[in-house]
Write a protein of this length. Structure first.
Length: 362
């Protein structure tokens, strides 16, 4: 057996996680085991297994053409610091209780250093239409080479300043920029702090006005783009000066909600009963917000109205043409003795006279 990939030494903070990777090749395919030796001088190597350390250790291994194994440890503590050893062997007697293996286990080692996580104090202040986010890291902490401000995967700002304090300014109101922001201290290991801009739900409707046909299913939707997410959604319908709470148990209403979206489905729309204004209301730990959606229900014949209008216009036009043709006077027919036949007689006479003149000349 031989290693083609070995685990690498790493530095991590308490509460972080670490992952080590090992890959071995041989014929037959070797087995891989993980062992650990702590920093205590009296501590000896102990084998690790999947689910060890109160289920914080996870080991995944595959044996296909060659051996691969990954060990991951979650929620690190200072006791997780030490030497991690990847061992591989393909000797048939490698795990025999009494026989000694002919080939010794080959070993590859990596150190994991778990250091105490520094405390980061975060703050959000609002003044003159600006929001200022700040992070201040307490000592002791590793050497800092710069900072980054991030929202999700997007880098908002970065610098190469070495200080333990960093800030980021946003132009606008709190309601316009709610969300989760991260201040990142570039060090070994990297240290992150989280700054939350929290507001009551800023509920909006996907469409302020919805249309549906009688007998179909109507769908009304509201969303909450702000942070934190809505914990409780509810729907109401206005009528006769009061708002009635709509619930799934009614049979005609189906409400599906998540943290950022709620959807109301109304089965078998009725013109008289379902037309009107609907209110979606969202609540979180910072307050409530709502939006209004107007629903209009059309008759099933509404789709035929444009066609029926065209047909009516054609019928009116045909009727007008028919009446006009009936009332119009017929054209006068000229007599046979009038100018229409006269030119024919004159032409015949002229032709006869011409023949007489030709005979006399001869």
């Amino acid at each position: 057996a031989g290693f083609i990939k070995s685990p690498l030494s790493q530095k991590r903070l308490t509460q972080d996680s670490v992952e080590l990777y090992c890959e071995a090749i041989g014929n037959p395919i070797p087995e891989i085991q993980w062992w650990f030796e702590g920093n205590d001088p009296n501590e000896t190597y102990a084998q690790l297994w999947d689910g060890a350390r109160q289920d914080r250790v996870k080991i995944n291994a595959t044996y296909n053409l060659h051996s691969t194994s990954t060990i991951s440890i979650a929620n690190l503590t200072s006791d997780d610091s030490g030497m991690y050893e990847c061992r591989a062997s393909n000797d048939p007697d490698r795990n025999h209780l009494s026989k000694s293996p002919k080939v010794k286990w080959i070993r590859s080692q990596a150190n994991v250093f778990v250091i105490e996580r520094p405390q980061i104090a975060t703050h959000v202040s609002e003044s003159s239409g600006k929001l200022t986010l700040s992070c201040n890291m307490s000592a002791p902490h590793p050497s800092i080479t710069g900072h980054k401000w991030m929202q999700g995967e997007k880098i908002l700002e970065q610098d190469e300043n070495p200080g333990a304090f960093t800030s980021y300014t946003i132009n606008g109101k709190r309601e316009e920029h709610s969300g989760v922001y991260e201040c990142v201290f570039e060090a070994n290991p990297q240290i992150k702090g989280q700054v939350n801009i929290s507001v009551p739900p800023q509920v909006t409707a996907y469409k302020k006005s919805e249309h549906g046909n009688e007998g179909d299913t109507g769908v009304l939707t509201c969303k909450n783009p702000s942070f934190p997410a809505v914990t409780t959604w509810s729907w109401y319908k206005s009528g006769h000066g009061v708002s009635a709470l709509l619930e799934n148990a009614s049979g005609r209403y189906i409400i599906k909600s998540s943290g950022n979206k709620t959807e109301l489905r109304i089965l078998k729309l009725d013109i008289e009963q379902d037309t009107g204004d609907y209110f979606c209301n969202g609540t979180n730990s910072y307050g409530t917000g709502d939006a209004t959606v107007n629903l209009r229900v059309r008759s099933r014949l509404a789709a035929l109205w444009p066609f029926l209008g065209i047909v009516a216009e054609v019928l009116v036009l045909v009727t007008i043409i028919f009446i006009y043709e009936k009332r119009r006077k017929p054209d006068e027919v000229p007599d046979d003795d009038d100018g229409g036949s006269a030119p024919l007689k004159s032409n015949a006479t002229n032709h006869k006279d011409k023949n007489v003149r030709q005979r006399n000349a001869n």
